[in-house]
Design a protein around this ligand. Structure first.
Ligand SMILES: NC(=O)c1ccc[n+]([C@@H]2O[C@H](COP(=O)([O-])OP(=O)(O)OC[C@H]3O[C@@H](n4cnc5c(N)ncnc54)[C@H](O)[C@@H]3O)[C@@H](O)[C@H]2O)c1
Length: 259
């Protein structure tokens, strides 16, 4: 099979598809023939991003709301046909010590980063199982695998995603639907860039420059990731070539950790 056409005839729905890793995954799948629905809480950005991909549509959706998620899937299916590929990239980040965080912070995080993917999965999965084909990829984080100071409840939500995907992969293994997790290291997207900018403002230029150097030392490959690095792994797991890969967590992290 030629790599170029890996997604010919496939419909892919990507949450958090307006930017960052979600959009890079969408670009990659579209470049290999897939038809894309880009869903995002920022509906205008999703619509704008969709104009850059042939035949793509943008959908406004808050993945924490069940009615929004059902409408998102219905909209994608009415415009493009049954969803073959579901990538859940939407997320938020909080940079806070656990002891400075509140139950409201945890609730928001669990709602976007764990409950949101569950709602999406619950909505797309029955059709995939009925049709005997599906690819689901959720984005997690290496913080879920090794822990990370200042990201405790984000890491906890992402660890939940990993457990969810492994468990459901066992439940539907015979149906032709695979579920996997991609776990990125630090990747140059708005999510990371915003966090870095706030650190730079807090630390000042000199201390921040030292931080950048010490972070880079943690990456054996000597660089931070680009969205395209992560998109390539997502595309593999979404392809027919990955039909015997399910319930797995693939860290794409320049060697940052080797869990
Ligand atoms: N960038 C990194 O360094 C990094 C590292 C580890 C894991 N990740 C994970 O990769 C995924 C993609 O991250 P990114 O860096 O591209 O982030 P990003 O912030 O650049 O993009 C995330 C998108 O999700 C959307 N979104 C947020 N809340 C939403 C909601 N409730 N409903 C619908 N859409 C919503 C945002 O509007 C945004 O367009 C996330 O799951 C993130 O946790 C990223």
């Amino acid at each position: 099979m030629s790599v170029r056409g890996r997604f010919e005839g496939r419909v892919a729905l990507v949450t958090g598809g307006a930017r960052g890793i979600g959009f890079a995954a969408a670009q990659r799948i579209a470049s290999e023939g897939g038809r894309l629905a880009l869903a995002d809480i920022d509906g205008a950005a999703a619509a704008e991003a969709a104009t850059t991909l042939p035949g793509a549509i943008g959908i406004a959706c808050n993945i924490t709301r069940e009615d929004d998620v059902q409408a998102m899937v219905a909209h994608a299916e009415s415009e493009l046909g049954p969803v073959d590929i579901f990538v859940n990239s939407a997320a938020v980040l909080d940079d806070k010590l656990f002891l400075e965080s509140s139950p409201a912070d945890w609730e928001r995080m669990m709602s976007v980063c764990l409950h949101g993917p569950m709602l999406g999965l619950r909505t797309v999965l029955p059709g995939m199982v009925d049709r005997g084909y599906g690819r689901v990829v959720c984005l997690a984080s290496d913080s879920a695998r090794i822990g990370q100071a200042r990201l405790s409840y984000y890491a906890a939500a992402k660890a939940g995603v990993i457990a969810l995907m492994k468990s459901v992969a066992q439940e539907v293994g015979r149906s032709g639907v695979t579920l996997n997790v991609v776990s990125p290291g630090a990747t140059n997207t708005p999510l990371r860039i915003n966090r870095e900018e706030s650190m730079r403002a807090q630390m000042g230029e000199e201390k921040y420059a030292r931080r950048v150097q010490s972070v880079l030392k943690l990456y054996p490959t000597g660089r931070i990731g680009e969205p395209e690095d992560i998109a390539a792994a997502i595309a593999f797991l979404c392809s027919d070539e990955a039909s015997w890969v399910t319930g797995q967590v693939l860290s794409v992290n320049g060697g940052f950790v080797m869990p």
